[in-house]
Design a protein around this ligand. Sequence first.
Ligand code: SF4
Length: 699
Amino acid sequence: QQQDAEKETVMDTQCPFCSVQCTMQLLEQRTGDRKKYKVLPLKDTVSEGRLCIKGRNAHQHTLHKERILHPMKKVNGQFVEITWEEALFFIKEQFSTLQEHDGPDSVGVYGGGSLTNEEAYLLGKFARVGLKTKHIDYNGRYCMSAAASAMNEAFGLDRGLTNEMEEVPLAECIILAGTNIAECQPTLLPYFRKAKDNGAFIIAIDPRETLTTKLADLHLKVKPGMDAALVNGMLKVILDRNLHDEQFIKERTEGFDEVLKQISGVDLDAIADLTGLPREMIEYTAVTFASVSRAMVFTARGVEQQTHGFDTVRNFINLVLATGNIGKPGAGYGAVTGQGNGQGGREHGQKADQLPGYRSIENPEHRNYIANLWGIPEKELPGKGISAYEMMEKIADGEIKALFIMGSNPLISTPNATLAAQALKRLKCLVVVDMFVSETGRLADLLLPSSSYLEDEGTLTNLEGRVTLRRAARSCPGEVRHDWQILCDVARVLGKEAYFSYTKAEDIFNELRVASKGGKADYFGITYSRLKDERIYWPCPTEGHKGEGRLFSETFARPNGKAKMLPVINHVPKERTSESYPLHLTTGRVMSHYLSGSQTRRSPALSARQIESFVKIHPKTANAFGIKDGTMVYVDSSRGRMKARGAYDDSIREDTLFIPFHWGGEQNVNNVTYQGLDPVCKMPGFKVCAVRVSPVIDL
Ligand code: SF4
């Protein structure tokens, strides 16, 4: 009896599933051969001791029997286990042969927004120094690129939130535009509840009703893709009624006259027509927002994943600037990041146009700084590459012949996924680094087993721009290696060992600190030893610096210190509904799943909460198309078809369907989504496309 007594291991760790980065303790209790797990939240992060269902069950996928534990090579259509040295030799042989024949850019690298800062940094260096290719981009292109480019343009700096979350309850009015915080970042919801308790008026902008819109005092059920026009309507009301902050505009911004000129031509009735919202509702919203002294605007993918996402975010920033709502407590702008390291993942150089520290790959000074740090001549540093979707096109064209994917599942997450499937199948060599055989992994020639959040050490940057250190809670199972080790190993066989001689994640972080020094995202003052005791905001230029929680109190990060306003036209989505495709489709998340679901669908507790995809449809629309509640339907666009169960929802717009994006195969909504790109940030138009719906008839 006694030998069966419980033994307990306590592991401190951090949830990998969203940008809040809640911390927790995982308790492993062993009785004989049986193991039980218990999760306890820790109180030391922005979520103040709260965990959502994803965090409470995150460990389940890491223990799943389908974890890849050895390198595996495809032989005659089947994966077979091979040694690491065989795997590395295979990569060297394949990549070197292709690059000798077709040049360095024949190999591409594709990263992810869930990688740690160290891994994101090293992946960028690996592409440019290890492989000498310009082709690197990552799945964050589909996530944060619109908000990041808009903030950079307007403020000279892109950090998710301009304020600490602690300031949200100070706001008197809050706009939540295209963000479903209640399901995507549930542990942040109490900040908004507290604001409401303090008397704040909350306005939600979303074509459908969600748990977040239910919290709001006013829900604007806007037509999909018409958010920029809605903001123009609000600006028209504010400027016509002199509700703008003249002094702030004069002293702290530029470009207002052009905005004023644009807005003077705006017709409110036309805006009402475009947005599908009553004119009085737009007027009421504008007056309410502009009449308080502290207001905040939060945007997310609903308004950003559009073919004019950059301009839409710019217009929300115009609203914030026109009313002087930035740089003071309880007033500011925030883009609510989705991925586990959505903020850090976009700062350290895994983007086609970017070097570490948010440096530009086209700026000679920036190139010199990084080339010197990396110990290569500046002329050997490749130039600007292309965005994630454009990479898929180049693969489909046969120009990129091999791809190295780390931390992403593009077969599911790429819009117009049929093209992604055709492209990936055309590759001469596909290497996928992952924990599981994902849908993309099934197409791979080589699979390399990578570590999970429980095994990784490294830093992450949360949606506020606060850097945390995640310690490894246990060692890697089987022959699993950390992503950074895999990059160093591949670099070694490619003859680049001298540039990748790290022995631990901290070595990489120390190089990243120098790489970021003096850049827009300055981490130089942040060290592992400081992170043992604190979570530090960037910019943090020196070790004595506390980091900045609230940005732009006195000046913006642009050369003249002023924020830039920009006139935005009444954009309409590039793809309009038609007789053949009469409905709008919009996409999003459900609480129990993360991204392509590769991890959460392997967590029994999470999977059980939402086992399959669904199509939200208004009952009137369903009747018109002969669809019964709970029956299977096809959704078609000019690009392809998906199939899922119809689910009646009388709160969604009658002209709009909603489908979550966590499933692959015939349930993959990206079989039908629109691949047109925003001209500035290259964000695809995921959130609005034209579709038709029909019942599945079993013959
Ligand atoms: Fe926290 Fe986000 Fe994880 Fe939920 S998914 S526990 S909110 S980090």
